[in-house]
Design a protein around this ligand. Structure first.
Ligand SMILES: [Zn+2]
Length: 308
């Protein structure tokens, strides 16, 4: 299970605990009152007796009325003590799963929603409103072309995570909206309940270095999030310094470890610069037209041009 999902379950569990504690402490308080305590114990005794009689298929007599009467007395006593019956009902954040996160063995929608919200908080730089972005940020004459990219990514997110090509490389000069496209894609898959992890190449490089220097037993943990994320976005590949024995080998290793999961690169570099900077092995994993979506966004017309 991904870290973010673990965290979501922990939050849900905490919410459940808080909701239940509230009722528990109120009951404790009410029980300090002799009248309440006595009524409550009469009711419990009666309920127990009725259960026993039912099991024996015996006549309940007037016990139903007695129980009703006791319940009314309890309600009025609670009111006299300044509270209400309603406060004794546990208020779950999600009534469907009663804050367990699980309904009949399957994950409740509230978990997905929470994971999505958590990820959104993490990626608060992501733009979410596609239409207004197209109106504001993209020149009118190129909107239609740019929309082709969005359409392609939309098709990919529909089949995600079963998309055949696992690497998407968005290249182009500054201001062509690469990062935005990656963000749109990330938001789409997060809405489906998948996890996305975004970092820029400088942060990634620091992680590689940390991994390189870490004691063996700590190494896995450093890479965990990079490997676990259903979608990994590496923004601005090429601005990081190349660290000897670190940047290139670990980038390659990461690509191998994520061969069944989707990774998006954005870069200002063109294909040839990628090849000369990272070598053939990485180049072929990032720009191979048969196995990746290598798309170049051009500043002028943002046309969809699969890279050869
Ligand atoms: Zn739920």
């Amino acid at each position: 299970m991904s870290q973010i999902k673990n965290y979501a379950y922990r939050l849900i569990k905490e919410k459940k605990q808080i909701a239940e504690d509230k009722v528990f402490y109120l009951l404790e308080e009410l029980r300090k009152d002799d009248v309440f305590r006595s009524l409550e114990s009469q009711r419990n005794g009666l309920t127990f007796e009725m259960a026993r009689l039912r099991a024996q298929k015996a006549d309940l007599g007037n016990r139903n009325e007695l129980l009703k009467d006791l319940k009314e007395k309890i309600s009025s006593r609670i009111a006299e003590l300044g509270h209400s019956d309603d406060e004794l009902v546990v208020k779950y954040a999600c009534n469907a799963c009663k804050d367990t996160g699980i309904i009949n063995g399957t994950e409740c929608e509230c978990v997905k929603k929470l994971v999505y919200d958590l990820l959104r908080q993490e990626c608060d730089n992501l733009v979410t409103d596609v239409d207004s972005f197209l109106k504001v940020a993209i020149p009118k004459e190129t909107t239609a072309n740019y929309a082709n990219y969005l359409k392609l990514l939309d098709r990919l997110q529909e089949v995600f995570p079963n998309n055949e090509r696992k690497v998407i490389t968005l290249s182009g000069t500054v201001g062509t909206g690469k990062t935005y496209l990656a963000s749109v894609f990330a938001n789409a898959i997060m809405k489906k309940g998948y996890s996305a992890y975004a970092l820029n190449s400088i942060q990634l490089n620091s992680l590689f270095l940390k991994y390189h220097l870490a004691p063996l037993q700590e190494k896995n943990e450093i890479f965990e999030e990079l490997i676990d994320a259903d979608l990994l976005i590496i923004d601005d590949l090429g601005v990081e310094p190349i660290l000897n024995n670190v940047t290139i080998p670990y980038l390659y290793e990461l690509l191998i470890m994520r061969k069944d999961k989707t990774t998006i690169f954005t870069t200002n570099l063109d294909a040839e610069s990628i090849r000369s900077r990272y070598g053939d092995r990485i180049f072929s994993r990032i720009f191979n037209v048969n196995t990746t979506w290598a798309l170049t966004l051009t500043g002028q017309d943002l046309r969809l041009k699969p890279k050869n």
